[in-house]
Design a protein around this ligand. Structure first.
Ligand SMILES: NC(=O)c1ccc[n+]([C@@H]2O[C@H](COP(=O)([O-])OP(=O)(O)OC[C@H]3O[C@@H](n4cnc5c(N)ncnc54)[C@H](O)[C@@H]3O)[C@@H](O)[C@H]2O)c1
Length: 317
């Protein structure tokens, strides 16, 4: 199969690329390296990497014409500066419109899109079901990602939208885990927020996405572990994986006003259709992630959240 992966040098996109190439698919990746890393993908047969932006209309037309993808996995997203409304709109809204229009034009069979659980705003139920109202108005990231989701939905092309809890694993450079690793290994003080999140290990996510690439499922799904953990539990597990002994318990701070106390997504439909929910135990996933950070280091970490003190210690994406 020919699969075009936008944002394919990022965390999730690169794991999907690896999986599809390993089973024999032909993969094209476009990435502008805003938050992705060049060493996330290894050059090899069946992989074409294009450096560029999904909102470059002429480039995207040429890539769709040349490659003729059968499936588009649209993982590119802008989120790293909460005040960059224009950048978020350019990538997440215009870029998605460019992806969708070219998919229509070249008869792409299916589009896979990734949505943030922040599209629900402050959750009105726990776990959050797929019928929960969409309230993305608290962040530029969620507003623009929701615009993108609506274009995918309106396109008339067969699609799957995965609304994600917090994905983590090797190559993850956003959210709390890389921040904890970076601070703990540089002897910097840490604090955690008084929030809970639903963490999914990246290869568990890819197990589900692979089935979607092959045609299973349609419409919106949650990818969720079905269980939420406190950020402190995540911190404690990171400390354990690093083999550090803390002199005192980490400080727990009250959450920011734009941050939901808990984001736990209901995985029922995903379980029914894909027959699985993410199963890697948190301690095991964290240990593997820490091993990756030890080997490859962390260049930069990102969050869509406001950082008044520039010391992010948690995030939900
Ligand atoms: N990781 C999570 O927990 C999480 C949660 C919810 C939703 N998502 C969604 O999943 C998708 C993948 O996220 P990720 O965690 O892998 O993040 P990531 O930052 O690792 O990947 C995004 C990739 O898109 C690239 N990119 C940004 N703007 C681009 C542009 N204009 N043109 C081409 N490439 C561009 C970045 O350089 C990066 O490689 C995104 O759509 C994101 O919104 C992720």
């Amino acid at each position: 199969m020919r699969v075009f992966i936008t944002g394919g040098s990022g965390f999730i996109g690169s794991h999907i690329a690896d999986r599809l190439i390993a089973r024999g698919d032909e993969v094209m990746v476009i990435d502008n390296y805003e938050t992705g890393r060049r060493d996330n993908l290894t050059p090899q047969d069946r992989l074409t990497i294009i450096e560029g932006s999904i909102n470059d209309v002429a480039l995207m037309e040429k890539l769709f014409d040349d490659f003729q993808p059968e499936v588009v996995v649209h993982a590119a997203a802008s989120y790293k500066d909460p005040d960059n409304y224009i950048g978020d709109a350019e990538t997440n809204v215009k870029g998605t419109a460019v992806v969708v229009k070219n998919s229509q034009r070249t008869n792409v069979k299916r589009i896979i899109y990734f949505q943030t659980a922040l599209c629900y705003g402050v959750p009105q139920e726990q776990p959050i079901t797929l019928n929960h109202p969409i309230n993305p108005d608290a962040t530029s990231y969620a507003i623009s990602k929701t615009g993108g989701e609506l274009y995918v939905k309106m396109s008339g092309i067969d699609y799957v939208v995965f609304r994600l809890a917090n994905a983590y694993g090797p190559r993850n450079v956003s959210g709390p885990l890389p921040t904890f690793y970076h601070r703990l290994t540089n002897d910097k003080p840490c604090f955690v927020m008084d929030t809970r999140r639903d963490f999914i290990y990246v290869t568990d996510l890819v197990d589900i996405v692979e089935q979607a690439v092959d045609g299973k499922g349609d419409g919106a799904f949650h990818i969720s572990s079905g269980k939420d953990f406190s950020i402190k539990e995540l911190f404690d597990s990171t400390v354990k994986a690093l083999g550090i002994t803390m002199k005192e318990e980490v400080e727990v701070r009250p959450r920011h006003e734009d941050d939901a106390a808990t984001i736990l997504l209901c995985p029922n439909r995903t379980k029914e259709v894909y027959g699985m929910i993410p199963a890697t135990p948190l301690d095991e996933g964290i240990e593997r992630t820490i091993n990756y950070y030890r080997e490859f280091g962390i260049q930069e970490t990102y969050t869509h959240l406001r950082q008044p003190d520039k010391e992010p210690a948690h995030a939900g994406k």
